[in-house]
Design a protein around this ligand. Sequence first.
Ligand SMILES: [Zn+2]
Length: 141
Amino acid sequence: MLNRIATKQKLFIRGVQLGDTLCTLCGRKEETTSDILISCNISNVVWNMWYKWFGVSFVNQNDMINNFDHFSCMCCNKEGNRLWKYVWASIIWCIWKHRNSLVFNQDRINAVEILTMAQVQSWAWLKHKVNKANFSYWAWI
Ligand SMILES: [Zn+2]
């Protein structure tokens, strides 16, 4: 969120020799934090699948902080919004992990796999971080 992750753009600025600075997921724009995690075509597919799975309607904000603020206020109470923050972080984390898997393990892009990992990750984080989130994984998905 603070634009400190090692995207290709950041690595290039630090003098790391790269073949290009294009987004690892879509290959269309420069790989910036907000692009790869929020506005990239592939990330957008993941976010939209998430909204569809969860049954909510949401328009992604292209800026990380605005996206987080908007996403974490989807509920009408403090506890509900706290849950959404974990969900948001799990989606971000899984997109970034998948991106790194593409870079270091030459995996293939798989938006469904990212969604599935985000479902597992969010459930695990909610289960261990939120007292009231006492539900099974099967109830979650
Ligand atoms: Zn992209």
